[in-house]
Design a protein around this ligand. Structure first.
Ligand SMILES: [Zn+2]
Ligand SMILES: [Zn+2]
Length: 143
């Protein structure tokens, strides 16, 4: 689905020069729906991209988030995580396993509203749900 050309085109389209680390990080984000942290991305990519440093990963993710190429999620106050899927959707943080799950708009109880609210222009909407995920729920009920 995500080939190298489309990754490169996406960077160019967002006005970002496509260096090797940037290509690798964007490809990682687009192919991992796990909402990874900068540390996780660095850990997984450092072998494939030997020139990569943790600082580069942080700076690249910051740049991507500013340009709208990825979302930075602060749902877990202990660590920021990143999402390559920028369409409006909500997130659930499981208090047991710490995983962040996508909640699609169609599954959310209310529809996100228009682009302007009380005269303020909305550029990002975050829906954060906290709870216990469906995988951890049976354990929870057993205890
Ligand atoms: Zn869980
Ligand atoms: Zn997501």
């Amino acid at each position: 689905m995500t080939d190298k050309t489309s990754i490169k085109e996406a960077l160019v389209q967002y006005g970002i020069s496509p260096s090797r680390p940037r290509l690798a990080i964007l490809e990682y984000l687009r192919t991992h729906c796990t909402h990874p942290t900068a540390d996780e991305i660095f850990h997984d990519l450092k072998e494939a991209v030997p020139t990569l440093s943790l600082t580069t990963v942080y700076n690249t993710l910051k740049l991507f988030a500013e340009k709208g190429l990825c979302l930075s999620l602060t749902i877990n106050e202990k660590q920021v995580c990143y999402d390559g899927h920028t369409h409006p959707h909500g997130h659930l943080l499981c208090s047991r396993c710490g995983k962040v799950y996508d909640i699609e708009r169609s599954e959310m109880p209310m529809e996100p509203s228009e682009n302007y609210i009380c005269g303020h222009r909305i550029t990002e909407v975050h829906y954060y749900y906290k709870g216990i995920c469906s995988k951890c729920l049976p354990d929870d009920m057993a205890s």
